[in-house]
Design a protein around this ligand. Structure first.
Ligand SMILES: Cc1cc2nc3c(=O)[nH]c(=O)nc-3n(C[C@H](O)[C@H](O)[C@H](O)COP(=O)(O)O)c2cc1C
Length: 389
């Protein structure tokens, strides 16, 4: 086993990850009527071939009206199983584990793609199910002034939706995924239930903290019935949302979720207000790492750190200091899909190309052994220490 923690295998339930590098869910806004395209195969495939331990497919919607944009992936029908299986299979063929995030956009559904201006989508004739796509939420409270007022869900609708999450988990299992992540962050439906600001229900799904947690707890139970005991279950939370929900609440929730069979809390932030987690404010290296550390320490559960983790030595330090168990690298891996290979070289891992397929790895390994390895191609000579965390 490598002395470098980032490249040490990690076993969660019966799944052993080859290293602790995770590609977090990242929307591609490129599905067609919910179905993945070749783009998704290329996207997941390049990260898996780049050496990540786990690649989590973007937020995939458990019901049609939960779609954020016209390009969201879907898993609300058995027809999605086969095309999703192609994605999972290809990821696993590169010796990465295949994960998928289940989500529902709630009151932030029916939006534009970010590069088309974000915010609510204007009605266009090509969307044939506009009314059925009306955003729903725990209460009829808009996300902000520019968003439409959602329809408050009926109690029975909530019960039905809990079962829909369970059915989605079954489909993910049948499609062959190794890891399931429930999206409970970023101001989408599950987070809306958690938030006092978005949830003003007077039934058992609103009011007290436990009542606001109930939707996610019931989803977790429904999912665990369908998701095998030997496979890990992750939940992504906005551990701090700057609007009333914070680390203490998150840790209390994490304890309950752990007892229901959740293995890892993926620690993100924000989204319940108009300040998106990764937009609109100055953010710094490791900006969410203290959240992962807090939940890990207070709920005795594994955590995944995410958010401007850029360098291999930065990631290694987070693991060594016990702040998190897994490291998710998002936009930096968009910048360099071979990030794991690059980090392995820089951290001095023995056989740094071991994690990538021989189509790349064999050639790079021989080049490395012949002396090129002392100065890898993307090495930044003279990187000032002051810019490093
Ligand atoms: C293009 C893009 C799409 C994203 N889509 C999702 C998503 O589907 N689900 C989710 O929970 N977070 C999503 N995120 C947030 C990322 O998973 C990650 O938490 C965020 O980018 C911060 O990590 P980073 O600084 O390493 O990029 C997305 C981020 C980007 C850049």
């Amino acid at each position: 086993m490598s002395a470098i923690l980032l490249f040490s295998p990690l076993t969660i339930r019966d799944l052993t990850l080859r290293n602790r590098i995770v590609v977090p869910p990242m929307h591609q806004y490129s599905a067609v009527k919910g179905f993945p395209t070749d783009w998704h195969l290329m996207n997941a495939g390049k990260f898996a071939a780049g050496g990540a331990g786990l690649v989590i497919v973007e937020s995939t919607k458990v019901e049609r009206r939960g779609c954020g944009t016209v390009g969201d992936l879907g898993i609300w029908d058995d027809g999605f199983i086969e095309p999703l299986r192609r994605l999972a299979k290809f990821i696993k063929e590169q010796n990465a584990a295949a994960g998928i995030q289940l989500g529902h956009s709630g009151r932030k559904a029916r939006a534009r793609r970010p590069w088309e201006g974000d915010g609510p989508l204007p009605r266009t004739p090509d969307i044939d199910d506009w009314d059925a796509w009306t955003p729903v939420a725990p209460s009829a409270i808009a996300h902000s002034e520019k968003w439409p007022v959602p329809r408050a869900m009926e109690r029975q609708e909530i019960k039905d939706l809990v079962l829909a999450w369970g059915e989605a988990a079954r489909r993910a299992r049948e499609a062959g995924f190794d890891v399931l992540e429930l999206h409970g962050a970023h101001g989408y439906l599950v987070h809306e239930f958690l938030s006092e600001r978005a949830n003003q229900r007077t039934d058992e799904y609103g009011g007290s903290e436990l009542n606001r947690m109930r939707f996610l707890i019931e989803i977790t139970e429904a999912v665990r019935v369908q998701w095998p005991d030997d496979k890990p279950l992750f939940v992504r939370l906005s551990v701090e949302d700057n609007a009333g929900w914070g680390p203490e609440q998150s840790a209390r929730l994490a304890k309950i979720l752990k007892a229901k069979g959740v293995d890892v809390i993926d620690c993100s932030s924000g989204g319940i207000t108009d300040v998106a987690p990764i937009l609109g404010q100055e953010i710094k290296y490791n900006y969410q790492v203290p959240l992962a550390e807090y939940v890990r320490g207070h709920a005795d559960i594994m955590t995944m750190a995410v958010g401007l983790i850029i360098h291999g030595d930065q990631a290694e330090r987070i693991l060594r200091s016990g702040q998190a168990d897994l490291i998710a690298v998002g936009r930096e891996i968009l910048n360099n899909p071979n990030w794991p290979m690059d980090a392995a070289l820089k951290l001095g891992v023995e056989a740094p190309f071991r994690n990538v397929p021989p189509q790349f790895g064999w050639w790079l390994g021989t080049r490395h052994r012949r002396g090129f390895g002392t100065r890898p191609s993307t090495w930044q000579v003279g990187l000032e220490e002051t810019t490093r965390p």
